[in-house]
Design a protein around this ligand. Structure first.
Ligand code: C2E
Ligand code: CA
Ligand code: CA
Length: 654
């Protein structure tokens, strides 16, 4: 549609330009003709007048030198000699000669009326001038031009009035040539106008093209952008049954009958950005974009949709073919890319949707593929095809987002607690607070269902403060019962961007008379785009205030090492993926061992997460890991339940 409009706009612009140029050409030709005609007319008239003067002078001179000339016979001969025998034919002529004893006149073809009218207008001198006077001029009567000449001295006065066929003939002759010349001038001007208009049009077109390219392409990767995609899909995916689209049916006849749209989201892009900086992130995007583009054929289009999200539109592809293409895309995304001399594999989650079976509108198609991509990301399955189930989960997410208000105001989100134990003797060294949403209709919801919603809804700070306040209240309750077990809360790095969070925490601790070291912050850093520099000051302030720090899910995020080297953290929590199967997997043992050695050098304690059985616990003890957490010891439980265990002060079985 956009292109059609552009085309029309373009055409009308060109037409206007040509019209303007033609108008200029016409004006140039007209001005040229009029000016030339006027010049020619003036020239001919002045020449005629000069010749008339010559004739009058000749007659006058004859009167002066020849005595006989004053005789009528002689005068007639003289006039005949000058006029009738030569060029005077159809011209009108009047001659009047007067002098001492002489008053002779003759006319030829001239009517009495005109003669009288002319004579009344002429400056015929009644006085006798001392010097010879020769006034002349021209007068227009009844559309005819009369030239007149008077020659007078103190003896004779000669008056000649005549029309000049010469002028008309000459002007007719000039006019003919002028018309021919002006046609040539007009033609030249038109040719020039059209050449100029096409040149200008081309320049405007070039400028438009480069502006359109800028607007529809991503500056970093050079790939088309979101606007390009919508321009591309709008005409292709169009509902012809809708009467308002009917007129475009011819134009879009070639549009595909089916196609697949893929949404690709890189998995580790944020980590690359955080760890190596934005220049490295940019380099990664450029390389991935190039690799993906190379897989596609000429009919398929890849666009950068924003951030680390790409969209591919593959017309005519059926679902089976789409699955084949997805395999190639996954391989390309998993291939390591060299950034800062390091081979980095980002991986990607890809979702796709089929047109027209799953959606017929461009926005809906993108949404379907995006929802499928979300599912692939959550399940870590690499790729996913859109299905009705995705719609359900999309609807569920929307519903939960709407329910968040109530969750906050009615305190439906509660903290459950999971013990962290000493692997030596099974004693509880602290508990981790894990959020649970006690939803009025959906039952108990786990963080995976709502933490992301909270982050997306802009209520992260509110939630962070809520969790801290709830944990401190719990510490207060336990303190009053003589229980001094520390509580660790999970915070997202976004919370550390809250400039008043530390003051808020410290004033609450003070208010409840609780020591700072009873509160610990577990920082989840793997899924964030926030650079450590942005929050390291805030983390240091917490540390200096006496609040403990732990790095969560260690080993999954790429910035973990920079956190540890920059911050003196109290605990490093090894992610449960390394613990799962550690008793059999040598490589996992090697990683865990390395973390234990690393932690020692930073004087941090290691806590192994997700211990589910005795084998894992034994292996970890054998490797020198002092602390652990997992279902093997206890699952997360309500405050009341864990309070009973804490009160019993018994060691958990190892
Ligand atoms: P996390 O901080 O790594 O918390 C540990 C997660 O592992 C918890 O899941 C816990 O129930 C689970 N877990 C503990 N032991 C085992 C085990 O032996 N095996 C298995 N398979 N899982 C075990 P949960 O409660 O679903 O929490 C998931 C994540 O949600 C947490 O991971 C944390 O990152 C986040 N989260 C939880 N509560 C909060 C919170 O209050 N605020 C924020 N920002 N994030 C939270
Ligand atoms: Ca945690
Ligand atoms: Ca963890």
């Amino acid at each position: 549609m956009q292109e059609l409009l552009e085309l029309q706009r373009d055409k009308s612009f060109r037409l206007k330009l040509i019209m303007v140029c033609l108008a200029v050409a016409l004006s140039v030709a007209s001005i040229y003709t009029v000016v030339s005609y006027r010049l020619a007319a003036d020239l001919v008239q002045s020449t005629e007048l000069e010749s008339l003067q010559g004739q009058a002078m000749l007659i006058h001179g004859e009167l002066l030198i020849d005595e006989n000339a004053t005789q009528e016979e002689h005068l007639k001969k003289l006039v005949k000699l000058v006029y009738f025998d030569s060029h005077l034919t159809d011209s009108e002529l009047y001659i009047k000669i007067s002098g001492p004893n002489l008053n002779w006149s003759m006319d030829h073809n001239i009517s009495l009326n005109i003669k009288d009218q002319l004579l009344s207008e002429l400056p015929i001198l009644n006085t006798s001038p001392t010097n010879m006077e020769t006034p002349n001029g021209q007068t227009q009567i009844d559309g005819r031009l009369f030239l007149w000449q008077i020659v007078k001295d103190n003896n004779y006065q000669v008056v000649i009035i005549k029309t000049s066929a010469n002028i008309e003939n000459t002007l007719e002759f000039v006019m003919k040539r002028l018309i021919i010349t002006s046609i040539i001038v007009f033609w030249l001007a038109t040719w020039f106008a059209i050449t100029l208009s096409s040149w200008m049009n081309k320049r405007v077109q070039d400028k438009n093209d480069s502006l359109a390219h800028l607007a529809t392409h991503d500056a970093l990767t050079g790939l088309p952008n979101r606007l390009f995609l919508s321009n591309l899909l709008q005409p292709i995916i169009i509902d012809y049954s809708d009467p308002k689209h009917k007129k475009y049916e011819e134009f879009y006849k070639k549009s595909p009958k089916q196609g697949c749209l893929f949404v690709i989201d890189l998995d580790k892009f944020k980590e690359v950005n955080d760890t190596f900086g934005h220049a490295a992130g940019d380099a990664l995007l450029i390389k991935v974009a190039k690799k993906l583009n190379e897989i596609l054929d000429d009919t398929q289009t890849i666009v950068r949709f924003g951030g680390d999200k790409f969209i591919i539109w593959a017309p005519n592809l059926n679902i089976e073919q789409a699955k084949n293409l997805i395999q190639q895309l996954i391989i390309a995304c998993n291939e390591p890319v060299m950034i800062n001399k390091l081979a980095i594999s980002t991986g990607a989650s890809i979702g796709f949707a089929h047109y027209p079976s799953q959606a017929t509108e461009p926005d809906a198609l993108i949404l379907c593929a995006d929802t499928a991509m979300d599912e692939a990301k959550q399940n870590r399955s690499g790729w996913s095809m859109f299905s009705e189930r995705n719609i359900q989960s999309g609807r569920q997410r929307l519903k939960l987002r709407a329910d968040l208000d109530n969750a906050f105001s009615n305190q439906q989100i509660k903290l459950h607690y999971q013990p962290k134990v000493s692997l030596k003797d099974g004693h509880i060294i602290g508990v981790e607070a894990l959020a649970r949403w006690h939803h009025p209709t959906d039952g108990l919801l786990y963080p995976i269902h709502f933490i992301e919603l909270i982050e997306q809804s802009g209520r992260v700070q509110e939630f962070g403060r809520y969790v801290i306040a709830t944990a401190i209240q719990q510490l207060d309750v336990w303190h009053k019962q003589g229980l001094y077990t520390p509580i660790a809360v999970n915070l997202s790095p976004y919370n550390l961007l809250d400039p008043c969070l530390l003051d808020f925490t410290l004033s609450l601790l003070k208010q409840h008379n609780i020591e700072e070291n009873k509160l610990e912050i577990e920082l989840i850093e793997s899924e964030t785009s926030i650079n450590i520099d942005a929050i390291s000051k805030s983390l240091n302030d917490f540390k200096e205030a006496g609040i403990k720090l732990a790095i969560d899910d260690f080993g999954t995020g790429m910035s973990s090492l920079s956190y540890i080297s920059n911050l003196n953290v109290n605990h490093i929590k090894i992610d449960r993926t390394f613990i799962d199967g550690i008793d059999q997997d040598d490589r996992k043992q090697a990683v865990v061992l390395a973390v234990i050695i690393l932690a020692k050098s930073f004087k941090s304690n290691v806590i192994a997460e997700g211990i589910e059985n005795k084998f894992q616990a034994d292996k970890l003890i054998e490797m020198g890991c002092h602390y652990g957490q997992g279902y093997y010891f206890a699952k997360p439980m309500t405050a009341d339940k864990i309070q009973t265990i804490l009160k019993a002060n018994t060691a958990l079985p190892i």
